[in-house]
Design a binder for this molecule. Structure first.
Ligand code: DON
Length: 303
């Protein structure tokens, strides 16, 4: 399929929504972004990259990094992580504390903050440096050697991280962290604060469209593991809006409060969109509209 026209049309459909929603402002470094920015890129399984708008502009990937920490943890440590984190949608905001107490310190899924903190902890034990492991993976898949953590964002996240600290201490009180809280959080912030573009993220997510096979032809995940990761993305990747996202877009996807959304079209490619204005659940308003237009015009979805 030729994608350029579909990307142009998706951007046109989203343009009236640019500037709508709220830009994440819990740290100054995120609030400073251009609210009307928009980019979109697809990296296909056969090596093509098509893009539109600000697809080459780096933004803070935030929770999209949780996808990469999970796949590395599965690749290096296997299914043991599922004893410490569930695979059910939470129906709660991404930074909610409420379910953790009634569910004995086992987060509902790896994409809410509590679950991602547990995954980061495991990845840190497996690699010795979870933040660097995620950045190294992204550099390898994209070939973008400049891709890295934005230290200013990471530092401000730590300075405004009371809720994540509370989650991490709560997890530790249930024995669900292997490393000290401060170590786990600094690695969690390091991967959330990575700056990357739509093009980078589409290239980095493409292995999931290739059923687990990386850019160099080696395999990160088995076909079955890739299927399962896509399933968790579909049900949990956009938090308490996962139902609405599946309804409108029909693809597995992971959003971040930087305004990016990375989606997977299994067998076809990885598609990333970015626009900073967020809806109440923390998903990009124009980004969801563009993905909706793209899957409608191409007919590509998992349904
Ligand atoms: O931990 C946080 O709150 C941020 N570093 C990441 C949150 C995020 O991107 C949630 N996604 N929509």
């Amino acid at each position: 399929m030729r994608f350029q026209q579909h990307l142009d049309d998706a951007m046109a459909a989203a343009t009236p929504l640019l500037g709508r929603g709220r830009v994440a402002d819990y740290i100054p470094a995120l609030a400073a972004v251009d609210a009307e920015a928009f980019g979109m890129a697809i990296a296909t399984v056969d090596g093509e990259v098509c893009e539109v708008g600000d697809a080459g502009r780096a933004f803070s990937i935030q929770s999209i990094s949780k996808l990469f920490s999970l796949v590395l943890t599965l690749a290096l440590g296997g299914d043991a992580i599922w004893e410490r984190v569930g695979r059910e949608p939470s129906g709660s905001p991404f930074n909610s504390l409420v379910q953790l107490e009634t569910e004995n310190g086992i987060p509902r899924n790896p994409f809410i903050n509590a679950g991602a903190i547990v995954v980061t902890d495991r990845l840190h034990s497996l690699t010795g440096d979870a933040g660097t492991a995620v950045a190294d993976f992204l550099r390898a898949e994209t070939g973008n050697t400049l891709l890295d953590t934005d230290p200013a964002v990471a530092v401000s996240e730590a300075g405004h991280g009371h809720r994540n600290s509370a989650l991490a201490h709560f997890l530790a009180s249930y024995g669900n962290l292997e490393n000290p809280v401060a170590t786990v959080l600094s690695n969690y912030y390091a991967h959330c604060a990575i700056a990357a573009s739509c093009r980078d993220l589409a290239l980095a997510g493409r292995f999931l469209a290739r059923h687990g096979v990386l850019a160099d032809g080696s395999r990160l995940l088995t076909r079955s593991e890739a299927k399962r990761v896509n399933a968790v993305l579909l049900t949990c990747g956009t938090y308490d809006a996962a139902g609405q996202f599946a309804y409108r877009v029909g693809l597995p996807g992971k959003s971040g409060v930087g305004g990016g959304i990375l989606t997977i079209v299994p067998g076809h490619g990885a598609l990333c969109v970015w626009s900073p204005g967020l809806d109440a659940a923390g998903n990009s308003v124009a980004g969801v509209a563009a993905l909706d237009a793209f899957t409608t015009s191409t007919g590509l979805s998992v349904f």
